[in-house]
Design a protein around this ligand. Structure first.
Ligand code: DOR
Ligand code: ZN
Length: 370
C-alpha cells in the first residue's frame, strides 16, 4: 500500500468478530443484523441467564440465532460460532461432545468478574479434569482475565490475573489453546507477545480508541463503562501498537455488549459498550491513525481464523473514506440502545452492496449441515 497517498477505499477479505454478545429474544433480533452485515462469523458469548453451559443449550441457542438472521441480503449467510460457559461442574465428557458438535471454545468467567458471571468458576483447580479434556481435544479456553479479589484495585485486576492465574495455568496446560479476551493493558499485550505456545488475544475498539478519562469527562459517561474497564493512556498506546503490528497473536473481537440505555444511565449501571453497529469502521480509524491500514486485514480477517484452525473467509467487504454520522440511539425491543460514538462522525463507511459471498467453514463441519 502506498503510504504517501491515503487510499479512499479499502477492500478486505470478509472479517470475523471473535468475541461478541448477542443476547436472546427481542435483543438478539435487534442487534444481530448489525453484526451480520459486516462479519461472516462471530464467536458468540455464553453469558445468558441461565448460562449456555451444555452442548444442548448451545445448539438450541444457535438455532435461535439462525432464526433471527436476515433472510436475504447482507448477513443472510452469517455463521454464529458457539461457545460453552465453563462452570465448576462442567463434566469432562462434555468436551468431546462439544468438539463433535462444532463448539469452538469454552469461556472462563471468574465468578463475579462481570455481567452474568455468578455461575462462573470459583477456583480453577475445580476445572482441572475439564481443562485436561480441552487440551486433549484441542478446544480453546476463552479467558475473561481479571481477578475478582476485592483487595486488588480494579485497574490492576488484569495484570494480577496474569501472575496469579494465567502463568500457572499455562504451566500446567502448556498445549491448551488460550484466547486472552479483550486485553486492556500493556502487561496483557506484552505477556501475549512474549509467551510461547498457543495463546492469542482479542482487542476491542473501545480499548484501542479511548483511555479511562472518557468515563469521567464532562460528567460520568456510562456508555464508556465496560469490563475490563478502560485503562490509562500508556495502556491504550500499548494495545494499539500490538493490534496494528501485524503480529498474528492479536485479532478482532469487539466484545460488543448491548444493554438497554436506561439500564446503563442509572445507579449501578450495566457494563458494556455497544460497538457492533459500526465496528469495522471504528477499527479502520484506529489502524489509519497508527499508519497501519495495511495490517487491518490480518487483524480483522486472518489471525483469528488461523488461531482457531478454521478456514479464512473468501469474499470481501469494502470501506470507503466518507464521513457519516452515527445515530444516537437504535431500537432495542421496547427500549433504546446507544451505540458507542452515537451522534458523532466517523471517517470510514462500510459499503453495503460490496460484499461477495463465502463463509469459511470446513465442508465436513457439523455446522455446515445445520
Ligand atoms: O462490559 C462487559 N459487558 N464486559 C463483560 O465481560 C460482559 C459484557 C456483557 O455481557 O454485558
Ligand atoms: Zn465479553
Amino acid at each position: 500500500m502506498n503510504r504517501m497517498t491515503a487510499p479512499s477505499t479499502l477492500t478486505l477479505t470478509r472479517p470475523d468478530d471473535w468475541h461478541l454478545h448477542l443476547r436472546d429474544g427481542a435483543a438478539l433480533a435487534a442487534v444481530l443484523p448489525h453484526t451480520a452485515r459486516q462479519f461472516a462469523r462471530a464467536v458468540v458469548m455464553p453469558n445468558l441467564r441461565p448460562p449456555v453451559s451444555t452442548v444442548a443449550l448451545a445448539l438450541a441457542y444457535r438455532a435461535r440465532i439462525l432464526a433471527a438472521r436476515p433472510t436475504e441480503g447482507p448477513g443472510a449467510d452469517f455463521e454464529p460460532l458457539m461457545t460453552l460457559y465453563l462452570t465448576d461442574n462442567t463434566p469432562p465428557d462434555e468436551i468431546r461432545l462439544a468438539r463433535e458438535a462444532g463448539i469452538v471454545g469454552l469461556k472462563l468467567y471468574p465468578a463475579g468478574a462481570t455481567t452474568h458471571s455468578d455461575a462462573g468458576v470459583t477456583d480453577l483447580r475445580k476445572t482441572w479434569r475439564t481443562l485436561d479434556a480441552m487440551q486433549r481435544e484441542g478446544l480453546p479456553l476463552l479467558v475473561h482475565g481479571e481477578v475478582t479479589d476485592p483487595a486488588v484495585d480494579l485497574f490492576d485486576r488484569e495484570a494480577v490475573f496474569i501472575d496469579r492465574e494465567l502463568i500457572p495455568l499455562r504451566r500446567d496446560f502448556p498445549s491448551l489453546k488460550i484466547v486472552f479476551e479483550h486485553i486492556t493493558t500493556r502487561e496483557g499485550a506484552q505477556y501475549v507477545l512474549g509467551a510461547e505456545g498457543p495463546i492469542g488475544a482479542t482487542v476491542t475498539p473501545q480499548h484501542l480508541l479511548y483511555n479511562r478519562n472518557a468515563i469521567f469527562s464532562g460528567g460520568l459517561q456510562p456508555h464508556f463503562y465496560c469490563l475490563p474497564v478502560l485503562k490509562a493512556e500508556v495502556h491504550r498506546q500499548a494495545l494499539v501498537e500490538a493490534a496494528t503490528s501485524g503480529s498474528p497473536k492479536f485479532f478482532l473481537g469487539t466484545d460488543s455488549a448491548p444493554h438497554a440505555a436506561h439500564l446503563k444511565e442509572h445507579a449501578g449501571g450495566h457494563a458494556g459498550c455497544y460497538t457492533a453497529f459500526s465496528a469495522l469502521e471504528l477499527y479502520a480509524e484506529v489502524f489509519e491513525a497508527a499508519g497501519a491500514l495495511e495490517h487491518l486485514e490480518g487483524f480483522a480477517s486472518f489471525h483469528g481464523a488461523d488461531f482457531y484452525s478454521l478456514p479464512r473467509n473468501s469474499g470481501t467487504v469494502t470501506l470507503r473514506r466518507e464521513a457519516w454520522t452515527l445515530p444516537e440511539s437504535l431500537p432495542f425491543g421496547e427500549a433504546a440502545l446507544k451505540p458507542l460514538r452515537g451522534g458523532e462522525t466517523l471517517r470510514w463507511q462500510l459499503l453495503d452492496g460490496s460484499r461477495t459471498m463465502a463463509v469459511g467453514l470446513p465442508s465436513d463441519s457439523p455446522l455446515t449441515a445445520a
